[in-house]
Write a new protein. Sequence first.
Length: 325
Amino acid sequence: MDTAVGFEVSQGELFHDVKSFFESAPPLKGSDSITQKVNEFVYQNSQLSGNAKSIGVVCVTSGGTTVPLEQRCVRYIDNFSSGHRGAASTEYFINCGYAVIFVYRRGSYQPYSRYIPEDSFIDLFEVSNNSEIQVCNSHASVVKKAIKEYHSAVDGRLLLKLPFTTIFEYLQILQVVAPSMSCLGPCGMFYLAAAVSDFYVPWESMAKHKIQSAAGPLDMRLTQVPKMLRMLRLEWAPSAFCVSFKLETDPGILLQKAEAALRKHQMNVVVANELATYKREVILITNDENIRIRQQNEGGDVEEQLIKLLVKKHSNYIECFGKDF
Ligand code: PMT
């Protein structure tokens, strides 16, 4: 047993847990269309297509997954994540020449529109004297920049967005995306910034209707979600460059947990962050070194330096991988 990261699960147990997780999950809506979109996107951005515009494809996951407590869901458990890190990182990856599959929580921050004030969408617009809707002058430059950059990414086939809400949808989407990206070998990257539930209620044991408070205190047993990082490494995309995240609230255990995750899940990089400072500082952890990255100026994005460093590490990885074949 690895006391730093919890119970060690054997490979056989992992495959069994993964199988029962997916068997018990409600079917993913639009599964065929998601699979087709992902396959096309990966193909267009792979060297196989002969005219790839990107230097690699990265799957960025972003936002928190929910755990429904009822099949006709009224109540759910949520995970902390606004999606800002994933949205900002997506923009920087595209700037560096990558194509991005952005797997995001519905309603979370989006690439290119994260600067637009979220609560005041209606405040962005006004009705002109001839009754036409126009963007207010005060926001015009921000909106123009967002529209231009967003359309250039989407029309250039450099951004594919796939939404999720529940832990079931998130892992089902990852299960489609990862094997599809395996044809990219070391040129594929996973950047798993989503906050993923560790516990869930299996669908068949979940209450069908709204749980009634008249029945007294709620006594509920949650099942452990299998660690999909291991599936990614072992089965779905074994040659991909994998970056996972470790969030802790206690700075005293952060590095120890992140280093343990790097070894246990055979990640190429773990990005460690602490809840109190995660917007200003992250620590990039690899087998060789720990690099602390700090926000350079007030309001700046820590992701700008983080992605530059990851891109360098990824290109070294591709080079080394090439030599081994
Ligand atoms: O979105 P923001 O508000 O900007 O915040 C960004 C962030 C703080 C959420 C982000 O930087 C971050 O730390 N994300 C990971 C948070 C997290 O939930 O860590 P974890 O310890 O639960 O999981 C660690 C890794 O294991 C994650 O990469 C996750 O994808 C993966 N995991 C988790 C559970 C599970 N069953 N399978 C997994 O593979």
